[in-house]
Design a protein around this ligand. Structure first.
Ligand code: FAD
Length: 425
């Protein structure tokens, strides 16, 4: 039977517990707002590589290497909209977001290497090249420009599925000029027999298990050693520091999606939101929104056994894209599952200058449906801006990865949505 809990009231309700929702919630809570975050389902954030850029590299290239704020605005549609109205100093916002984000993660034990205005290249666990501006420190220490003229061991651990060193060695031959790359497979007693996921492997390394690995790494000839992600958030700093200092080598993780790096980012952001004072209801779904004219006034939160109404002054919708479940398909149409907000459609997009046909096709797919905003305000289905409901993250146009900016652009939208929501709280 469904239990009805007493209704609650908050300053701001954030729907969606990925990077965007948690960033918006933390920003609001850090300014003394009473914030509730409700989220259900795996987030795209937890599947990501945890590596971040605020601007798309193709746009940067078109600007011949100079960071140009107009180019940044063009790469993220809502900012373009806002900048045209002259209501936002993007340069300031970018620095604020970047420093708030880094501090919040660092407080939770996730150190990131920050250079918001430049790109560096690293290798992924598929052997492809990956460029970004901000990465976890023990991933960024595998920057290709720092490996040049050195030697690199790719260390696969039997039973661990995240790194096949032979595959990476074969794939990366063209990307890593001047680096001598050699693959190794090693068996570690602590891993036992059979395959295991990264999370299972991390449990083995949580309380020790590193001594055997340190010996294995020390025995390799190479100066730098790439390993799969082995540690969860709580032990990553200590574990990786130990591997580096005791082996006296540059030990780093390859850029790895669908594994521990995304889970660590998710974990750190959740802890940070709670640390800033947010109330986080995980495994809860917002099933309905009540709207009065251009104001969203309350929502219904449900689990299979409980139901609770929450009223609020401001709403931030950070429910993710089609992958995240923030938008849905009805036949060939992209719709908003709440049947409340206006969903846009870019129609046929022409390739941007310098864009390949593949990129253009991808862009068309990702930009096919999105929530329409006016200065971050969501719109009624009839096209009138809401007074107190704001969109953030990949549910907005152009933010989905890989064609959009991804996490960096989404964090920016979340920060700005929080700025607007603050006024209503
Ligand atoms: C495999 C993979 C790799 C990626 N790698 C990168 C990368 O390296 N760099 C990068 O920048 N980006 C990357 N991305 C993209 C990036 O992860 C996403 O764009 C970003 O995480 C989206 O964040 P978000 O907060 O907007 O949404 P999400 O992280 O998806 O969070 C939204 C959450 O809200 C929940 N939700 C939806 N509706 C409701 C509701 N009614 N009630 C409660 N909860 C609800 C959803 O279930 C979801 O869990 C990757 C994505 C994937 C899938």
């Amino acid at each position: 039977m469904l239990r009805e809990l007493p209704p609650i009231k908050v300053d701001a309700l954030v729907i969606g517990h990925g990077a965007s929702g948690l960033m918006a919630a933390s920003a609001l809570a850090s300014q003394n707002n009473n914030v509730l975050v409700v989220g259900k389902g795996a987030t795209a954030t937890s599947m990501s590589t945890g590596c971040i850029s605020y601007i798309r590299k193709d746009i940067l290239r078109q600007e011949r290497g100079a960071i140009d704020l107009e180019a940044l605005a063009r790469s993220v549609h809502p900012f373009n909209d806002i900048m045209e109205r002259g209501s936002l100093a993007l340069e300031e916002v970018l620095l604020q977001v970047s420093s708030f984000f880094q501090r919040s993660l660092s407080d939770q034990g996730l150190e990131m290497t920050d250079d918001a205005f430049h790109f560096f290249d690293m290798l992924t666990n598929a052997g492809t090249m990956y460029s970004c501006s901000i990465a976890p420190s023990f991933t960024a220490s595998g920057r290709l420009d720092r490996l040049r003229e050195g030697s690199l061991a790719l260390l696969g651990i039997e039973g661990h599925r995240d790194l096949d060193p032979r595959l990476v060695a074969a794939m990366c031959a063209g990307h890593v000029d001047g680096v001598r790359v050699r693959p190794y497979w090693r068996k570690l007693d602590c891993m036992g027999h059979g395959g295991m996921t990264a999370t299972e492997a991390a449990a083995r390394f949580k309380n020790g298990g590193t001594q055997e690995l340190i010996k294995t790494i020390s025995d390799l000839e190479e100066d730098s050693v790439a390993i799969p992600p082995l540690f969860g958030l709580q032990s990553v700093h200590k574990g990786m520091s130990e591997l580096c200092s005791e082996s006296e080598k540059n030990v780093f993780e390859l850029v790895t999606p669908m594994s521990l790096p995304g889970l660590r980012l998710q974990d750190a952001m959740e802890r940070s939101a709670v640390g800033h004072g947010c109330h986080l209801m995980k495994n809860h779904l917002v099933t309905r929104l009540e709207v009065k004219r251009e104001r969203a006034v309350s929502a219904l939160i449900e689990t299979p056994t409980r139901r609770q109404a929450v009223s609020f002054n401001s709403l931030i919708l950070a429910t993710g894209d089609l992958v995240g479940g923030g938008l849905a398909l009805a036949g060939r149409e992209v719709v908003d599952p709440f049947s409340t907000f206006k969903v846009g459609w870019f129609g046929k997009t022409e390739p941007l200058p310098g864009q390949t046909r593949y990129d253009a096709a991808m862009r068309q797919v990702v930009e096919a449906g999105y929530l329409v905003t006016h200065e971050m305000r969501l719109m009624t289905k009839e096209g009138r801006p809401f007074e107190n409901a704001f969109g953030a993250g990949s549910t907005l146009a152009s933010f989905s990865f890989p064609t959009g900016v991804g996490l960096g652009g989404e964090l920016l939208t979340a920060w700005i949505a929080a700025e607007y929501a603050k006024e209503g709280s």
